[in-house]
Write a protein of this length. Structure first.
Lengths: 150, 768
């Protein structure tokens, strides 16, 4: 089945099957920043933006993306690098496998909550699992980034 | 020092966080065959028949392999130096399946869909056998997990398969019975631990193809590229020279990738079809088909005088190694060796450990590697002893723990190749760790508890721990340095960066020695065709062992730079020095940049490539130490335990990179909190995993992150690279015993079986 969608601002037409998930479609078409970590929508590594909203692409059928706009980290390089620098400065890049998904959630966080508290950041980002860092360093990095923007 | 002990950022950090293709699956070709494994639904069964004929007819299926199609040759998947201490008890595929998730058949086809369809059409008839599901009674079980007679061990480890014993470890010092008789206080406690999943974010995955010369290339997410080459060569029966293993970036390991798993299947497919092939483990494959932390049970008897001076410790451990003996001997051994050495003032000590085969998912490496389990049991028991003697837990440590400059014959006994000369712990900063932690957590104000309300109470608890730094006289690392034209170096290392930042700290070490900036060092790691040998990223070895190899390579390079620098300046070698990317003639301060010098070397005179190698194997135990302090809050209505604050003070010698080391500690503590409170790989009565996804198996999430505070002791170990010891594993060991005691101190509930779930606490609270 053909789907028409916009990815990172570019119009694309993909041939997908009815039971295909968006994360697979994206990876197949070269958007390799989209990572799969759990297959069950539990870890957040596959987070992309769907019409500007953060979603888990490993549990969204590709067909649902027909007519919509998808943004992966490849489409927001400048913004991602800015956040990424804070993560790297804090040493919480570590294995990096979950980082693109985490950055996509941070981008959505700043869109949704102005001046979030620690609790709000942790709650909002709770769906992005990380096994390396223990999260506290990532919280430091996110706060510094949000502070640095002001 | 300019570069070492600096918190520089990871050299690959920006590329990783912004999602650049770097991991195994990012590097596969689009025409790779998709490989999947049909796994056993039964805990123990014999395959009566397998019919693949219908599945093979599906268009796009390229090959299906069963045990009838592959070589039968026992081996171990454990990544250890040869000869391995793990039993050769695994076959590529076998007519017996020994755990739910054990491999039955390999299916390769042109798409995932085709492979999934074929998998459903393979007809397997099993004769179900009675499984052994409880390791505590496995020795007397009528079922023998390994009935076959062609399995063996390379080294005598007490392997007795007819009693389901994978191995035994025994050692002792002094006369235990006599010493216990003289003790005024003797306590005996039993502690049990559960299986924990490594839960690295990137699952196991491997991509294989034949190169232009028909050699097998294996691109794989592994901690042990050189062991993988040797293991594959052995079980596939092809020479090591015909295999190249490449490690790309790794999405976490924590020990999960210290055992070869996903490599075998695509390798077999590629050898058979001559086509590129890849396997990407699903999370379910990981839970069912790889390894988890060994469950262990310890009976501990401690004797002391009435003042709390510990005189004797007897520790008896039993470990569940599951269906295969991967890392069985080394984990149960470490549970004694790297734990009992903490208490060096005893007159007698004994350790006896045994690992049992069961029909559960095999035990494997996971950060801490047996030391975590052993530390939990011993430290929790010592906290109980303190309580029974009404001594502060910190006081009992101060009286009994190992201190700077001290030793115990146990270090000699448990270090391979050690002489009789005492092995002094000259760099041990445990005393500082304990006193600083006490201060930071405000122990004297908070111990034992503070009542917050009628429903909430807070308690503090503590524990100490150590680990190793590499494996003395076993695991070797090497590194090579090449001076390129234009004055930059390539550092080739067999060491494997799992995300910990080892590429970065190894570059720092090389830069420090060569007096250049870190940007002048390009790291190329873990390609068995190109980089020199390294045992792998395990046993807390990379900073210490691989770091020392880098020092040696850099020292050799420095000698060459001085030699040719002296020729260039027409002076003697003692008149030459290196500084800030320059070679300097000391007497007249003339200098040449490495850029100009290397361009001369290569394009002009003497037309020469400078290339050096260094190797290193540890000779001495150089343990890092840690003191951990937990403050928990207990909800007396629900039994929920929340870790409000965790203070970790770590002695890892000189800290090569404080930023990256800090995150190792924070991450290790969080992993320890998960282990202590809720992580638990559970099985039902038929031996099937009940939580084989992240929906059911819960690792700590962001909302579990409260306060974690870490500091380093100022340390220096003269055997370490620039004084460094290891960091990666010691950081998980104090958490469970510290939380266990904090809970007791808060509300009088003592849980002796991990994890400390609200249910267990609630039941105890209400039975009091």
């Amino acid at each position: 089945m053909k789907i028409n969608l916009k990815i990172n601002g570019e119009k694309k037409v993909f041939d997908v099957s009815a039971d295909e998930y968006l994360a697979d479609t994206l990876r197949k078409n070269g958007y390799l920043s989209v990572r799969k970590g759990c297959d069950t929508g539990s870890c957040g590594a596959c987070t992309v933006h769907f019409d500007g909203k953060a979603i888990l692409s490993c549990v969204m059928l590709s067909l649902r993306a027909d007519g919509h706009e998808i943004t992966t980290i490849e489409g927001v390089t400048k913004k991602a690098e800015k956040i990424g620098k804070y993560l790297v400065d804090e040493g919480v890049d570590q294995c990096g496998y979950c980082s693109p998904g985490t950055i996509m959630s941070i981008l959505y966080l700043e869109k949704c909550i102005e001046n979030p508290t620690d609790e709000e950041i942790l709650h909002f980002m709770n769906g992005n699992l990380c096994r390396c860092t223990g999260y506290v360093g990532q919280l430091r990095a996110i706060k510094k980034y949000l502070e640095g923007k002001k | 020092m300019k570069v070492v002990n600096n918190p520089i950022s990871k050299v690959d950090g920006m590329g990783l966080v912004t999602g650049k293709p770097a991991y195994t699956d990012d590097l596969t070709s689009s025409n790779s065959l998709i490989v999947k494994v049909l796994r056993s639904p039964h805990a123990f069964a014999k395959i009566i028949s397998i019919d693949t004929s219908i599945a093979e007819k599906i268009p796009g299926i390229e090959c299906i392999l069963t045990y009838k199609d592959v070589l039968r040759k026992p081996f171990t998947r454990a990544g250890q130096c040869y000869p391995e201490l793990s039993a050769y008890d695994k076959f590529l595929l076998d007519e017996y399946v020994r755990h739910v998730g054990d491999d039955v058949a390999i299916i390769a086809g042109r798409s995932e869909k085709i492979v999934d369809k074929a998998m459903k059409l393979i007809k397997v008839e099993y004769e179900k056998l009675d499984p052994v599901l409880d390791y505590l009674s496995a020795e007397d079980s009528e079922t023998i997990v390994h009935p076959e007679n062609d399995i063996f061990t390379n080294v005598d480890v007490g392997f007795n398969k007819d009693k389901n014993i994978a191995c035994e470890v025994n050692f002792s010092v002094g006369n235990l019975e006599d010493t216990f008789k003289k003790c005024e206080k003797v306590i005996t406690k039993t502690y049990k631990t559960q299986a924990q999943a490594q839960a690295m974010m990137e699952t196991q995955r491997t991509y294989t193809y034949l190169d232009i010369q028909g050699r097998l290339v294996v691109v794989t997410s592994t901690q042990i590229p050189f062991h993988v080459r040797r293991i594959l060569s052995h079980c596939l029966d092809i020479p090591r020279s015909k295999i190249r293993v490449i490690k790309p970036r790794i999405g976490g390991g924590f020990g999960s990738k210290q055992t070869a798993h996903s490599e075998f299947y695509p390798a077999l497919v590629t050898l058979k079809t001559k086509k590129p092939a890849k396997i990407i483990y699903s999370r379910k494959d990981v839970f069912r088909g790889t390894t988890s932390r060994h469950s262990m049970k310890f009976d501990i008897k401690i004797g002391s005088d009435s003042n709390g001076i510990i005189k004797a410790i007897d520790m008896e451990g039993l470990s569940d190694t599951g269906a295969y003996g991967e890392h069985a001997q080394t984990t149960i051994g470490a549970a004694g060796k790297k734990v009992l050495t903490l208490y060096n003032k005893v007159d007698a000590v004994r350790f006896s450990g045994k690992a049992m085969y069961t029909n559960r998912v095999p035990g494997g490496a996971l950060r801490g590697f047996g030391v975590t389990q052993g530390t939990y049991a011993l430290e929790a028991t010592i906290n109980e002893l303190a309580k029974e003697l009404s001594i502060d837990p910190i006081k009992i440590r101060e009286m009994n723990m190992i201190k700077k400059g001290e030793t115990t014959p146990l270090y000699n006994m448990t270090t391979k190749g050690a002489s009789d000369d005492p092995m002094y712990m000259d760099s041990c900063q445990l005393e500082y760790c304990v006193s600083r932690g006490k201060e930071l957590i405000k122990w004297d104000e908070k111990y034992p508890n503070i009542k917050v309300s009628d429903k909430r109470v807070r308690g503090v608890g503590m524990a100490i721990a150590q680990q190793g730094s590499g494996l003395p006289n076993i695991d070797m690392a090497s590194a090579s340095l090449k001076l390129n034209d234009d004055g930059f170096f390539t550092l080739m290392t067999g060491a494997t960066d799992l995300g910990t930042g080892s590429d970065t700290i190894l570059a720092q070490i090389a830069a420090e020695k060569l007096k250049v900036d870190v940007d002048s060092i390009n790291v190329y790691a873990s390609d068995t065709d190109i980089t020199p040998y390294d045992s792998g990223a395990y046993a807390s070895s990379t900073t210490y062992t691989s770091g020392n190899a880098v020092i040696n390579a850099a020292e050799n390079m420095k000698k060459l730079l001085i030699k040719y620098g002296a020729k260039y300046f027409n002076t003697k070698e003692t008149n030459i020095d290196l500084l800030d990317n320059y070679i300097i003639r000391k007497d007249n301060n003339k200098r040449i940049s490495l850029k100009e010098f290397s361009n001369n070397m290569i394009y002009d005179y003497p037309h020469m490539q400078l290339f050096t190698t260094g190797s290193y194997v540890p000779k001495k135990a150089a343990p890092p130490y840690m003191a951990g302090f937990a403050e928990v809050e207990v909800d007396l209505e629900t039994g929920k335990v929340t870790v409000l604050d965790y203070v970790g003070i770590v002695d890892c010698g000189m800290v090569i990179n404080p930023k990256l080391a800090r995150i190792q500690i924070e991450g290790g503590i969080m992993q320890g909190i998960g282990y202590s409170l809720y992580e638990d790989v559970k099985y039902n009565e038929n031996g099937r995993l009940m939580n084989d996804s992240f929906m059911q198996y819960k690792i700590p999430s962001r909302k579990d992150a409260k306060n974690i505070r870490v500091e380093f002791a100022k340390g220096f170990d003269k055997t370490g690279p620039y004084g460094a010891k290891s960091i990666g594993e010691v950081v998980i060991n104090t958490v469970a015993p510290a939380i266990t005691d904090a809970l007791y101190n808060a509300c009088g509930v003592r849980i002796r079986t991990l994890p400390i779930t609200p249910e267990k606490v609630f039941l105890k609270l209400n039975n009091k």
